[in-house]
Design a protein around this ligand. Structure first.
Ligand code: GTP
Ligand code: MG
Length: 193
């Protein structure tokens, strides 16, 4: 897929505000700092479309981006950010949950995990949640540039085993060299047919 346009639509604090839209939605979830906003920028070919930060907890609302006037990428707050206050964590989790359960246009969720680490209990909870609500997803292993090439298969197996998915369900990405971007965009294109 060729990206012809990418624009910020708006931030919402209430998932009900998304009900006015009808474009297909593709959402990005995962721990704080895993690279959700960065991946959206990389896919959209725009460095500063979504706000990113080396400090976890950057994205606090639901941010909507419109690509090619054809679909929306949905940037969600991260989970598992220990430094956030309990009430802040609860409000983000509520936001993620109510979005995932209620969005009529949601076509696929990309669950991001850092390729360097074994997925956490929070990641497993996210997956069981998606299974419970019958929401289709793919796993994206991020930051592949941070490990040696020879380590990639081993880490993908570790992630697959920990999460109970097949290795083919995992898309390896790096925003440094755009590894995996075309796989995600092709998948999105197919899901819009
Ligand atoms: P929250 O909004 O806090 O939930 O975080 P996020 O998941 O949106 O992460 P964000 O995109 O802000 O990225 C976090 C940090 O990881 C930033 O410093 C990014 O530059 C870095 N990062 C993201 N993707 C990659 C990658 O593919 N390679 C490398 N080396 N760094 C990355
Ligand atoms: Mg973010």
């Amino acid at each position: 897929m060729i990206i012809k346009s990418a624009e910020f639509v708006r931030s919402v604090a209430n998932p009900n505000d998304l009900s006015v839209y009808s474009l297909p939605e593709f959402a990005f979830v995962g721990r704080s700092n895993v690279g959700k906003s960065s991946l959206i920028n990389s896919l959209a070919n725009k460095k500063k479309l979504a706000k990113t930060s080396s400090t976890p907890g950057r994205t606090k609302l639901i941010n909507i981006f419109k690509i090619n006037n054809a679909f929306h990428l949905i940037d969600l707050p991260g989970y598992g950010f220990a430094q956030a206050s309990k009430s802040e964590q609860a409000s983000w989790q509520g936001l993620i949950g109510s979005y995932l359960e209620n969005s009529a246009n949601l076509r696929r969720v990309f669950v991001l995990v850092d390729i360097r680490h074994e997925p956490t209990e929070k990641d497993k909870l996210m997956l069981s949640y998606l299974y419970t609500y019958n929401i289709p997803f793919n796993i994206v292993a991020t930051k592949a540039d941070k490990i040696a090439r020879g380590q990639i298969n081993k880490q993908v197996s570790l992630i697959a085993n920990t999460l109970g998915v097949g290795i083919d369900d995992i898309i390896v990405t790096s925003n440094m060299d755009k590894t995996g971007n075309s796989k995600i965009l092709d998948l999105i294109e197919n899901l819009m047919k």
